[in-house]
Design a protein around this ligand. Structure first.
Ligand SMILES: [Zn+2]
Ligand SMILES: [Zn+2]
Length: 430
């Protein structure tokens, strides 16, 4: 039976409010205790002096590309990138080939992950068959097989009637609905945020309102159905304000933001560089500020990467031709520290909550079975050890991902992941 003592770190556990230098003791895959006078006997030790010891980080929005697009990423390679980014749990979106719209695909992903993944994998099932937006997927069967939420990410559910039915089903199965909010009629043909920059670069724009109208519709439907509703990769100021409004009305509406939408605006793009092309697009400075304010005031509940690997053969095309999406797992902690903590906008404990209790509560990973996102005794021994001071440079060519599409290649950061512990085992170390 395995035992691990993580010594002398600053143990931050937002779920219990613990924030002090302490030792963390793990035994047989669960948290055994936090304190200063633990005597676990004969045990492996990890010296975390000068480091932060937090519950295992959860990324509730990734794309692992398996099954179907294994040249871009696999469950194994994506899980390695996750471990190297300090994540102990990841939730892959269903836009694989075939789409994860039935229990067979859900079970396939879970079984593959059990054998090959370094971290926990909690799949998200599709809302509609083939994510075509028309006929509901096998929501109950996927839930039974282990799906933790439903989403047609990559595409929105355009038909409000279909969305309403999906919400009613999801509510009865106790899982949240996650929407990629984009009105396709308003965004059609766009390659970047619609504004002065798109005019200057001569590229077709995706207006912020294409996101806002969908968020507004969904909040109304969430109120009607009583579902737990979650906005993926929120990127506009108005959308953040509407989520705050929904919360003020007592609705179970939550939102996630990506590190790149906190760090970069449209004017920061290297012109025509596809590593700056994603959906939603990098928006105006005012929108970036709006998302950051949402994190500060609590409208935004979680940080998620939307890790979206694409191979060079696809990304090295003309800007208008190449697919949307960038890598995110390995730079998420560093970018978030830089934008939110080093700038003094939020305390470190709040940052930890955005990566732990936030996603755990949205997905219901914090109840039943082994608890996630907390270091309370008896919870899963998933631990993220990171630094807030260590300087390092991100070299995308050394990424564990199979793809290389990152706008942060060559960036130097202060702080980042140091070691990742899953079920009591150190699965990655800097
Ligand atoms: Zn999306
Ligand atoms: Zn996505």
């Amino acid at each position: 039976m395995s035992s691990l003592l993580i010594k002398n770190g600053r143990v931050i556990d937002p779920a219990s409010g613990h924030d002090a230098i302490a030792d963390l003791w793990i035994q047989d895959g669960v948290i055994a205790g936090v304190g200063s006078n633990l005597s676990p006997g004969d045990t492996e030790t990890f010296d975390a002096a000068g480091l932060i010891v937090a519950p295992g980080f959860i990324d509730m929005h990734v794309h692992l590309r398996e099954p179907g697009f294994e040249h871009a990423e696999t469950i194994e390679s994506g899980s390695r990138a996750a471990a190297a980014g300090g994540f102990t749990s990841i939730c892959p979106m269903p836009n694989t080939k075939p789409v994860n719209d039935n229990a067979t695909v859900t079970s396939y992903i879970i079984e593959k992950a059990r054998r090959h993944a370094l971290v926990n994998v909690f799949p998200i099932g599709a809302i509609t068959k083939g994510s075509n937006g028309e006929e509901l997927a096998a929501i109950g069967a996927m839930r039974q097989a282990g799906a933790v939420a439903i989403s047609d990410d990559g595409r929105p559910v355009m038909n409000a009637r279909v969305m309403r039915r999906a919400m009613e089903f999801a509510r009865s199965f106790g899982i949240p609905v996650i929407n990629h909010c984009e009105d396709l009629h308003l965004s059609a043909g766009g390659d970047m945020h619609e504004g002065l920059e798109s005019v200057r670069l001569g590229l077709r724009g995706i207006p912020a309102c294409s996101e806002d109208v969908m968020v507004a519709r969904d909040i109304l439907l969430a109120e009607l159905t009583g579902v737990r509703y979650h906005v993926a990769h929120i990127s506009s100021r108005h959308s953040v304000e509407m989520v705050a409004f929904a919360k003020s009305r007592g609705l179970a509406v939550t939102a996630e933001a990506t590190p790149h939408h906190l760090a970069l605006a449209d004017r920061d793009m290297t012109p025509y560089d596809s590593n700056f092309k994603m959906k939603p697009p990098l928006r105006s400075c005012g929108d970036v500020q709006g998302v950051v304010e949402g994190i500060v005031n609590g409208a935004v509940d979680a940080i998620a990467t939307d890790h979206a690997p694409h191979p060079g053969s696809e990304k090295m095309q003309e800007f208008e031709q190449c697919p949307f999406g960038i890598l995110g797992l390995e730079t998420a902690i560093a970018v978030s520290l830089e934008q939110l903590v080093h700038t003094g906008k939020i305390p470190l404990a709040r940052l930890v909550a955005l990566f732990t209790t936030g996603p755990a509560r949205i997905l219901g990973l914090s109840g039943g079975g082994l608890e996630r996102g907390t270091l309370t005794p008896g919870a899963a021994a998933d631990v993220t050890i990171f630094s807030t001071t260590r300087e390092w440079t991100y070299d995308v060519n050394r990424s564990f991902s199979k793809s290389r599409n990152s706008p942060f290649d060559g960036a130097t950061f202060k702080g980042g992941p140091v070691a990742t512990v899953v079920a009591g085992d150190i699965v990655w170390q800097a």
